[in-house]
Design a protein around this ligand. Structure first.
Ligand code: SAH
Length: 357
């Protein structure tokens, strides 16, 4: 069970199936009730206990008195002009804020979820990094973000098809709760999303990458590289001083070797900073021959960082240079720019205007 849940009532999303079974045993309920409730939570996305109609009224009342399914309060909800992107800001019971984004793209319904309130990694261009670290999310708080949108999508016959852990926080800095949430979301008897449909994105915590590789999970990993020399990466990503590129690349190669899975590198292109041909060549040398793919994303400007996105021409030149090294890359469209859908930006805006009351 998570230690970060500070309320006295239990949030059922925080429990594994075995813990739920034990919880019901403590309420003198038979184990089959756990199976029923699990289905209400992860197959029907029940919003409350009252709607769990195959449970006796007395049990529903008992549950309402001792447990909750509450994620927090949705204090802002924004739709991008593209009509395909929606972002919510959630105020957790202890007053912390997190963000979750839904992106529709053709048949995909991708959620970008948070794993921490704030972030301790201090990446200079990242809105969450700029706000600092508040706390880890419990596994239930991670899972509940997904259930919120699963419930909403179900009203129009849609469902969550993909998840990226690219919201607020560093997933591997909250290792246990993130992986516990992953187990919950992929449980064949529950939400049953394919492990391959969930991407974990990391700033590059070397020991955690190795530990994750050893677990040999199907869940893809993305590493936020953003620079291919220590000199440049130190400027953008302070954690690089702790685990410089040589160590990071060793861990990345270890991951590919162990899992036989293709690794994704994330690269936010910042005009005149890390979008030079020299950086493209350094990246080419760094990852040449490795089973990998590079995602190029023109920077989302943030309040605390003066850099801007690379022009279309510079993005194209960078990509062409990578191709010379045989490295495949995709330029990702910046979605929801008008609703501050970049990492941590909605919280900035809402708190900045003090709409939190
Ligand atoms: N902490 C994790 C996941 C959260 S951020 C990580 O570092 O990977 C998800 C991705 O968005 C990361 O690649 C991150 O570097 C990138 N990112 C953060 N701020 C950005 C910005 N302003 N513009 C473009 N990408 C950004």
């Amino acid at each position: 069970m998570n230690k970060t849940n500070q309320s006295t009532t239990i949030n059922l999303y925080d429990l594994t199936f075995d813990e739920l079974t034990q919880f019901l045993r403590d309420l003198n309920e038979p184990p089959f009730r756990a199976r029923q409730i699990w289905e209400w939570l992860y197959r029907h996305y029940a919003p409350d206990f009252a709607s769990m109609t195959n449970l006796p009224q007395t049990l529903r009342q008992k549950l309402a008195a001792t447990a909750t399914l509450h994620i927090g309060q949705i204090v802002a909800s924004l739709h991008a002009k593209d009509g395909q992107t929606k972002k919510i800001l959630i105020r957790l019971p202890d007053g912390q804020y997190i963000e979750t984004v839904l992106m529709r793209y053709e048949k995909r319904r991708t959620l970008c979820i948070s794993t921490q309130a704030g972030c301790a990694m201090d990446c200079v261009f990242c809105a969450t990094g700029q706000m600092g670290f508040f706390r880890n999310l419990s596994s239930g708080e991670i899972v509940a973000q997904v259930m919120h949108f699963a419930r909403e999508l179900a009203t129009t016959g849609e469902h969550v098809t993909n998840i990226v852990m690219m919201g607020m926080g560093e997933p591997l800095h909250n290792y246990h709760n993130t992986l516990s949430a992953l187990d919950r979301l992929t449980d064949p008897n529950g939400f049953n999303l394919g492990a391959r449909k969930i991407t974990i994105s990391t700033v590059g915590l070397v020991p955690a990458i190795r530990r994750y590789a050893d677990e040999q999970r199907q869940t893809p990993l993305a590493v936020s590289l953003h620079a291919a020399t220590d000199e440049e990466r130190n400027k953008l990503i302070p954690i690089n001083r702790r685990w410089p590129l040589a160590e990071l690349m060793d861990a990345c190669r270890y991951y590919v070797e162990k899992t036989k899975r293709r690794l994704t590198f994330e690269w936010a292109l910042i005009e005149g900073e890390n979008d030079t041909i020299e950086q493209a060549q350094a990246l080419g040398r760094l990852v040449q021959g490795m089973l990998c793919h590079v995602n190029l994303i023109p920077l989302n400007p943030t309040a605390g960082y003066k850099g801007g996105p690379s022009s279309r021409e510079r993005v194209a030149a960078f990509q062409a240079e990578l191709a010379r090294y045989g490295i495949t890359s995709t330029v990702r469209v910046r979605r929801g720019i008008d609703i501050q859908a970049g990492c941590g930006q909605l919280r900035d805006r809402v708190i900045g205007q003090d709409l939190s009351k």
